[in-house]
Design a protein around this ligand. Structure first.
Ligand code: GCB
Length: 650
């Protein structure tokens, strides 16, 4: 067992330590999750490359842009022998069954429950003749993890990494007099150099979990979000960046726009609704234009008043509109200053959850009713914030956060980063993380709800006594890694704080590189279980220690206790609903007494699926305050009574 010392030493007896203690390391490569179909050796050895990827603005439909949703029923086939490419399955699948898109495949088919190897999606689509002179793209909102696409048998591109959008340009491969065949090969093989890494140098989870991962959520695989054919005009808006500031009662809105092909010409920005709209002219030179607008007596975006202004950007030539794009923007500022987090210049306290995109049957697939229900429940319970642990959430979820007024810590899928398995692996993960942060910021930078970027969850040194890499070396490798990754986030967006969430007792050298200290804490669960008074004292010492080393605004980004819904006891025992309430009561008490605390996110909003193991009953992490089907436990009522009191109240 670990001891509680107010130092930088590891304090958390987490499930990794627990399992490693039982099972030792090194079993992950042989783990059952990697057997669900012989894994192609080349995937394990050499990561396929990403090619042909185009970044688009979130597709929308208007007089100049069009899209065809490809959601629905597709043909589907597992490819455990990885025979599909050589057998040319991109022309048609030999013995398909039917799958829903979007959806994870794991909860649909009994024989695919733990399968993460290659699988094929296939369907036909007609492209309207009216699109002939347009730029045409095949767009995916998220495919987990590696995707390769073919149109009519021709490879059009490949992409690595789940949870973020990508597109391939396809017009030259399309047929106009017949239907087109789309096929997509998807796999989510767990390897040490992916993000998140699978069975990695740390031994993953000791090979005792099914499927073997190095993280505590189910590695759902499949086409998880929108798939669309997108038609854009020859000259189109490639990117828009909106940055807002405040001067007295006025909002200042800076708009930067990018047109494709270094286009030069005229454009316009319209801000606000008809009647009260303001306009500014844009002059594009070599594809770039910028303007700044003032909104007197602006309504600033905040959780209490999440006011959005419609912004429309247009391109035109000789009086003819070429393209337009519409965004809803919020005017607000966010800043980490001293030990406070400021929204519109006022100290703010985040109340809410770290979450998961997770639901029975649809898995990690976009499930719009659940997206809406979750926003409603967050409001009901009095939350004003959440973190997109442990990966970017759907664009629809982010849109709702803008509308409902949730302040979001937006995170890339960098869970389980370690620094003891050699420079080559570390560099490969860094390459993927840099790509992820670029793509995340490109996708979400115009959401007023996003108040911080998180570049990782719970990185660890990966050090083990007797291992090849001394601890100091691993810490130094992590420092180098996070200096680069946080630096990249700041380079892409200088207007939001950047951070990552630190594992209890993790190296504070790394936390010091962040603008906000984000801490995950499990005193009273993984250590000092059942002894909540001692746990609260240890937690308080830990917070004060971190603050003495990193005197910055501090947020508890995770704290929670496993809880079986409907199980009660007095006095509270671990796993009972009473214990979860008392656990949270103790944490709120400690946090409320510290002025440097800028928020608390409970782990987790809802119960979620995770690999099967001896510490996760029925393959589920039970720390949810709501059950997996979103029914409140006692703790949800407790939080509601605390959080609805006032914004500042913890
Ligand atoms: C953590 C992880 C999260 C786990 C949680 C737990 O620190 O960030 O992914 O699910 O602990 O319940 O152990």
């Amino acid at each position: 067992m670990t001891s509680e010392k107010p130092t930088g030493e590891p304090l958390k007896m987490d499930r990794r330590d627990f399992l490693l203690g039982v099972a030792g390391t090194g079993a992950a490569a042989m783990a059952p999750g990697n057997e669900g179909g012989k894994l192609p050796a080349e995937i394990a050895a050499e990561e396929p490359h990403q090619h042909g990827v185009v970044r688009l603005l979130l597709p929308q439909q208007n007089a100049h842009r069009n899209r065809i949703d490809l959601l629905g029923l597709w043909d589907f086939q597992l490819d455990p022998e990885d025979a599909g490419v050589s057998a040319q399955w991109f022309h048609g699948l030999p013995s398909p069954r039917t799958i829903a898109v979007p959806c994870s495949w794991n909860d649909l088919f009994n024989d695919a429950a733990d399968y993460l190897g290659p699988a094929w999606y296939f369907r036909e689509v007609w492209v309207p003749a009216a699109w002939r002179r347009q730029r045409i793209f095949l767009y995916f909102g998220s495919v987990n993890y590696a995707a390769q696409a073919w149109i009519n048998g021709t490879a059009v591109g490949s992409h690595l990494g789940g949870h973020l959008p990508f597109a391939f340009e396809i017009a030259s491969h399309l047929a106009w007099d017949r239907s087109n065949l789309i096929s997509v090969r998807v796999e989510n093989v767990q390897t040490a150099t992916r993000v998140p890494p699978g069975g990695n140098s740390r031994g993953g989870l000791g090979g005792m979990e099914l499927p073997a991962t190095s993280y505590d959520y189910f590695p759902y695989a499949g086409i998880h979000r929108q798939v669309q054919l997108v038609a854009l005009p020859e000259t189109y808006i490639e990117d828009i960046t909106v940055v807002t500031s405040i001067e007295g009662a006025s909002g200042i809105v800076n708009v930067k726009a990018q047109a494709n092909a270094e286009w030069s010409g005229a454009g316009k920005v319209q801000l606000g609704t008809a009647g009260s709209a303001r306009e500014a002219e844009l002059e594009f030179r070599r594809g770039f234009a910028e303007t700044t607008m003032r909104v007197p007596e602006a309504v600033f975006w905040s959780p209490d008043a999440p006011h959005l202004y419609p912004l429309e950007l247009t391109l035109s030539a000789h009086g003819t509109l070429l393209d337009s794009y519409r965004l809803d923007i919020g005017i607000r500022t966010v800043e980490a200053r001293g030990e406070q987090l400021l929204l519109n210049g006022q100290p703010i306290f985040l109340k809410g959850f770290s979450r998961h995109e997770d639901f029975a049957i649809s898995g990690r697939g976009l499930n719009l009713p659940v997206v809406v229900r979750d926003a409603e429940l967050l409001k009901w319970v009095g939350a004003n914030s959440f973190r997109t642990s442990h990966y970017p959430y759907s664009p629809e979820c982010m849109e709702l956060a803008d509308r409902y007024g949730f302040m979001v810590i937006d995170e890339i899928p960098a869970v389980g980063m370690t620094f003891s398995d050699g420079e080559t692996n570390i560099q490969k993960r860094l390459t993927q993380c840099l790509r992820d942060i670029d793509d995340l910021i490109a996708r979400d930078k115009n959401h007023p709800s996003v108040i911080a970027w998180s570049v990782a969850n719970e990185p660890g040194t990966g050090y083990s006594p007797g291992g090849a890499v001394p601890k100091a070396e691993a810490v130094a490798a992590g420092t180098k890694f996070f200096t680069q990754l946080l630096g990249r986030a700041r380079e892409q967006d200088g207007t939001r704080p950047v951070t990552f969430t630190t594992v209890q007792g993790g190296p504070l050298e790394w936390t010091a590189l962040c603008d906000i200290a984000c801490l995950n804490a499990y005193f009273g669960w993984y250590s000092l279980g059942g002894r909540l008074d001692q746990a609260a004292q240890a937690f308080a010492r830990y917070l004060d220690h971190v603050n003495s080393v990193v005197p910055k605004p501090t947020i508890i980004t995770e704290c929670g206790a496993g809880t079986l819904a409907g199980v009660h006891d007095e006095p509270p025992q671990m796993w009972t609903e009473e214990y979860q309430v008392e656990f949270l009561r103790h944490y709120l008490e400690v946090v409320s007494k510290r002025s440097f605390m800028a928020g608390l996110h409970v782990w987790n909003f809802q119960e979620f699926k995770t690999p099967q193991s001896i510490i996760r009953p029925a393959g589920q992490n039970n720390k949810g305050v709501f059950t997996r089907d979103r029914r409140p436990k006692m703790a949800a009522h407790f939080l509601r009574s605390r959080w609805n009191r006032s914004l500042r109240t913890t």
